[in-house]
Design a protein around this ligand. Sequence first.
Ligand SMILES: [Zn+2]
Length: 210
Amino acid sequence: MTKLIPLGGTMQVVDMTTGRVEEKPSGMMLLPAAPGKCPTCAVDHPPDQPHNRDSLFYQMRFHGEHGRWPVWSDALAHCAEPLRAAWERELRNRGVWKEPEFPAPPKHETPVPADALLQPGAELNVQDPDGGPDRPGKILAVVPKGVPVEHAIADQNGQPRPCAYTLNRKRSTLYVIEVTNDDGTTSRAIVPQRHFAKGLTNAQPREDAT
Ligand SMILES: [Zn+2]
């Protein structure tokens, strides 16, 4: 029986409802190279010669092991020095020499719900119901239902996600509003969609305090 070569690597499974991203092993397998061929690139070449960077077998296998696609410097890495340098010179002359591209760390996203009343970053005037002075506020995040509040704040402000989080268990979108107080400190309010809509409707024009 032929033994399959595990390609390794992971795939990302996205829960479309919650936006949660889970990493799982890819489970992909590759058939080994035919007998007599190089086991690394499946091409017939002496072991001291370069692998064939253009071999699909080599590319799949390399990607499985390293998480990036091979370039010629990878295919030459095992060759003895004068031979390796000669190949590099020739490939540079032909304009096919490239530096390896290392994969960027995964970027998380929390989409803003389609029916959002305001977008993250929007500025607003926060009114005191008792008639005190208005304070400047900003929408820090718009949190879809079922999504961790802290993840939405981090994602929508380009910050890394914190380990601890609280799930939005409300049946509606939440608005995280950051208010700047008179003394320069900030407060955060978390307002459900219905209350936020009511607040926007009932907002009164105010005389300038000066
Ligand atoms: Zn090879």
